[in-house]
Design a protein around this ligand. Structure first.
Ligand code: UD1
Length: 355
């Protein structure tokens, strides 16, 4: 019997895999999951698998951290060997988003002539200095099945000459949010995450190298947080812990450990507004009807900018503070599908391959 080989490695991919794996299984499609080991801390990896009930990976390649070349290179070597050792070639190899794990999975599959399924295809920031942009462009151009979160992504792929097997199914992260936010509420209280805070707060996450590896940008972000009218709660990605130890932390800024998906749902639901440079959180803020301030110069999720539901500020203190004083100017309308993206993907794959 044939199967889908899914490659995941970084936090947001675990969330996406949770709903897609569930949809594949409910259609009787066999799947094997490989964890590259790109994220390996308990808070960055294990807790997601436990909370979201993701089927255990068939293998963890344990590549860990490193420069882009080292990390991706290790993944290529180990993943290729893993596939060559399999008794049966997978029908397709499935990757999510734009991380180094996505790129490695796609490259290995293309050399072994295994069709690639890319979920979250066609997104562009048009900033090629971001590693994610390179990862997603390359992956799209070697994929056989491309599932997009919205119509502009379909159109972008068409502009790049990719028109076959492109489907606008909506965003699987919306499926995940709908599926897990109520479960989260029944399991976790806000007080258990931030017992020291009773007022309204901004929920912040900052982890992009453009912000965290530049003292100018990180200083500007901290200056902005200090100037906000409410406390700021920031679950800190491990890549930033060291960077922040040298900095003066404003009194209204509360640094906490990385949040699990359930904890993030609760933090988001109870927040006043969101300030982030993450891609996924911009959408999650929108779906939870929270205004988002995106501390980047571009966003891939341009639809969220409509009516100032999402405001791009870059790492500029006065822009961030100004944005925090705005309110959305349009009524909230649904974006990125109907919460059934994973089912639509499973249906297409069932039609395309024999399992
Ligand atoms: C990666 C993705 C990014 C995604 C993010 C989600 C790439 C190029 N980037 O960024 O698109 O938004 O994941 O979180 O793939 N570290 C730990 N423990 C861990 C994981 C990382 O300490 O479990 C630290 C290490 O110091 C490591 C650094 O974080 O060097 C960066 O990790 P890496 O996976 O390379 O990139 P992210 O910044 O997490």
């Amino acid at each position: 019997m044939s199967f889908i080989l899914t490659i995941v490695g970084a936090r947001p991919q675990f969330v996406k895999a949770a709903v897609v794996s569930h949809a594949l299984h409910s259609r009787g499609i066999n799947e094997q999951i490989i964890h590259t080991g790109q994220h390996y801390d308990y808070e960055m990896s294990t807790v997601f698998w436990e909370e979201l009930g993701i089927p255990a990976p068939a293998s963890n390649l344990e590549v860990g951290s490193g420069t882009h070349g080292t990390q991706t290179g290790f993944m290529l070597t180990k993943l290729e060997q893993y596939i060559l050792d399999l008794k049966k070639k997978p029908a397709a190899l499935l990757v999510y988003g734009d991380t180094n794990s996505t790129l490695a999975g796609a490259l290995v599959a293309s050399k072994l002539h295994i069709p690639i399924v890319h979920i979250e295809a066609g997104l562009r920031s048009f900033n090629r200095e971001m590693p994610e942009e390179i990862n997603r462009v390359v992956t799209d151009h070697i994929s056989s099945f491309l599932f997009c979160s919205s119509q502009p992504s379909v159109e972008q792929l068409a502009k790049e000459g990719i028109t076959e097997n492109v489907f606008n199914v909506g965003d699987v992260m919306y499926d995940a949010l709908l599926r897990f936010s109520e479960i989260a509420e029944s399991k976790i209280s806000l007080n258990s995450i931030i017992p020291f805070l009773e007022e309204q707060y901004y929920l912040a996450t900052v982890h992009r190298p453009v912000n965290t590896d530049s003292d100018t940008n990180l200083d500007a972000i901290l200056e902005a947080f200090a100037g906000l009218d409410k406390p700021v709660v920031w679950p800190v990605h491990p890549r930033n812990k060291k960077k922040l130890t040298d900095k003066k932390i404003p009194v209204n800024l509360h640094l906490i450990e990385p949040a699990s998906y359930h904890q993030m749902m609760i933090l988001l639901k109870n927040s006043y507004k969101v300030i982030t440079d993450s891609g996924g959180l911009q959408k999650e803020a929108y779906w939870m009807k929270k205004q988002c301030i995106t501390i980047r110069e571009q966003t891939e999720w341009t639809e969220t900018l409509e009516g100032e539901w999402n405001i791009l500020t870059g790492a500029d203190a006065s822009h961030i503070i100004y944005a925090s004083q705005q309110t959305p100017s349009t009524k909230w309308t649904p974006l990125y599908g109907d919460g059934k993206a994973s089912q639509k993907i499973a249906e297409q794959l069932q039609q395309a391959f024999t399992f």
